[in-house]
Design a protein. Structure first.
Length: 583
């Protein structure tokens, strides 16, 4: 038998050989998108300057030296790795043009770290915008959705980045061109530094391998975060688990006002949530030989607080009638009634439920998102079981997780390990900056009860202590997102409102063309040429973690939505207003 390492090698070879074969197919879809021109920006409450800050403010992610990425060529050509067409193939959005914060025109969501870095200078990493910015295309018009769900393919990106680095080392002509672009670097240090970088990216690529690919617009965020902390930073290889439960990138509008944000609702305060996210997206952690007072990370808490504040001003995207067609007012009115009867109980509506004033400091109230027991919603459980059933050796964090449930061999819930690490790192950063009192509470987003110490313990959904549940969040602006369900297993809202056995078993992901009737991206096989299909990701709901079952609401035994009912709800979702939460 080959074993996992052998499968990784074979998968890598197959992917490498497939890079050239897919190029022509990708070209036709990309060229169609390019004809749509620069994006139309909707009124989501951001100025151009604020939008640029969101795109290009570092959160502390450090992937590889900045000069290396800029000098790197594509794996199978001498064209730049950062060529807009190449980045588009992997689902990332090219920059709208150079700007003061992005003078080199990096793709949206890529940024130079503000610190000096090592021998090769500053590092480059990803910002929130890489996974939470999207474009849609309809009738030849490109529309920017800030805070939307990206269609980026993380595994494809890591594969190509790794191949590009390895090929540069193996091909003397490639290496010579690469080194010539590093005009300020010591020539004697270039190859050793490139070898070290290639080895690290090779490790990260191998660690992201899964039997069922993520495809476009999905990532096992918790899998990568827990591996980064419990396995890598702790130096406990036995804590590694395959990150094989990908979920869709959630849209960001209204999230700063929600009590819980993640699909499994295990983190209440935004600073701890966002710092943990950085650790899973190329952030680095030091546990300083087990001294909690010296725990550090590359995350930039001040920037994370600013990013959360900017997103708090982000509004759901309004339905652009000029480009996408007028909303049928009569249908929308009927849809509002159906939504209230069948959807608002979990997702809320115009009369959004808020948390009790006594629950958090200063009487601040948040959107009381519903956590729905998996036994009720019955959607794919893999993301939940991976998290709630994951235990880890605590290593030097043992004293910080003494009160957590323990197995006989001393392992504790991996979520407790993450919480302990994030708490210590965050508190150390605040202490070092002299942030105390109300300023400290503000940095934590006021998400903890009076008299308690942040980060607050998740309540009433404390992850490993409660029945596994998925979040049912607000749906304003959902028309601009998709596919649907937490794992992206249903292509359109119409399909989601249909009986389970009527939902597509297989569909394509990667097109930015909006289906304005069903709400979602065009995804059926007959909508694309054979060449175009080769460039898209075929989502197969029969594979582990990809189930499209569940969320059968209303209960078929109680009521059934006719096709007209479904289209009425769709019309209403186009104009559903977001909550007005003021603190």
């Amino acid at each position: 038998m080959l074993g996992r390492k052998g499968l990784i090698v074979l998968a890598g070879v197959a992917g490498f050989l497939g890079l050239a074969a897919a190029t022509d197919a990708i070209m036709s879809r990309r060229q169609a998108d390019e004809k749509a021109g620069p994006p139309k920006v909707l009124d989501q409450g951001w100025s151009d300057g604020l939008r640029d800050q969101f795109y290009y403010t570092s959160q502390g992610s450090q992937l590889l030296p900045y000069v290396f990425l800029r000098a790197l060529e594509q794996p199978l050509s001498d064209k730049p790795f950062l060529d807009p067409r190449h980045m588009t193939e992997m689902g990332f959005l090219p920059a709208d043009g150079p700007s003061p914060l992005n003078p080199d025109g990096l793709p949206i969501g890529f940024v130079k770290d503000p610190r000096p870095g090592g021998a090769m200078g500053p590092m480059v990493g990803m910002t929130c915008a890489a996974c939470h910015t999207s474009d849609i295309v309809a009738d030849g018009v490109r529309i920017r959705i800030d805070g939307g769900a990206s269609l980026a393919d993380y595994q494809l990106f890591m594969k190509r980045l790794s191949r590009a680095l390895d090929n540069t080392l193996a091909d003397p002509a490639k290496f010579q061109r690469f080194a010539a672009r590093l005009v300020a670097a010591d020539p004697k240090q270039v190859r050793p530094a490139l070898e070290a970088t290639a080895a690290e990216i090779r490790r990260l690529e191998a660690a992201s391998w899964t039997p069922v690919p993520y495809g476009r617009g999905r990532l096992d965020a918790f899998g990568h975060i827990l591996n980064a902390v419990a396995a890598d930073a702790l130096g406990e290889p036995a804590n590694f688990r395959m990150p094989d439960a990908p979920v869709s990138y959630p849209f960001l509008w209204t999230t700063p006002h929600q009590r819980y944000v993640q699909w499994n609702g295990v983190a209440g305060n935004p600073l701890g949530r966002n710092l943990g996210e950085v650790l899973g997206v190329f952030g680095h952690t030091s546990f300083a030989n087990g001294n909690p007072a010296a725990f550090t990370s590359t995350a930039l808490p001040g920037n994370l607080v600013a990013l959360e504040a900017w997103v708090a001003d982000l509004k759901p995207p309004p339905w652009p009638e000029k480009e996408l067609g007028k909303v049928d007012a009569a249908k929308a009115q009927r849809g509002a009634e159906l939504f209230k009867a069948h959807c608002a109980g979990c997702h809320g509506g115009p009369e959004y439920r808020l948390t009790p004033a006594a629950e958090t400091e200063g009487g601040r109230r948040w959107l009381a998102v519903s956590m729905v027991d998996i036994a009720k919603v019955k959607t794919d459980p893999k993301m939940l079981t991976n998290f709630t059933g994951r235990f880890a050796k605590p290593g030097v964090l043992g004293p910080l997780v003494a009160s957590a449930p323990h197995l006989a061999d001393g392992q504790v819930p991996a979520g407790a390990v993450l919480l302990a690490a994030v708490t210590a790192i965050t508190e150390n950063s605040l202490r070092a900056q002299g942030i105390t009192g109300d300023a400290r509470k503000q940095w934590y987003g006021w998400r903890f009860a009076p008299g308690s110490q942040p980060p607050d313990r998740p309540s009433p959904q404390p992850g490993w202590l409660a029945p596994p549940s998925y979040k049912a969040g607000p749906l304003a602006g959902v028309w601009a997102t998709g596919p649907f369900l937490h794992n992206g297993s249903v292509p359109t809202v119409y399909d989601l409102l249909s009986p389970e056995d009527e939902r597509p078993a297989r569909f394509y992901v990667g097109s930015r063309e909006l289906d304005t009737k069903k709400l979602g991206f065009v995804s059926s096989a007959d909508a694309f040429t054979e060449k175009e299909r080769e460039s898209l990701f075929l989502f197969d709901t029969s594979l582990p973690g990809n189930s499209n079952r569940g969320h059968a609401f209303p209960d078929p035994a109680v009521a059934k939505l006719t096709p007209d009912d479904r289209t009425a709800i769709i019309e209403y979702l186009k104009i559903l207003e977001g909550p007005d939460v003021r603190h």
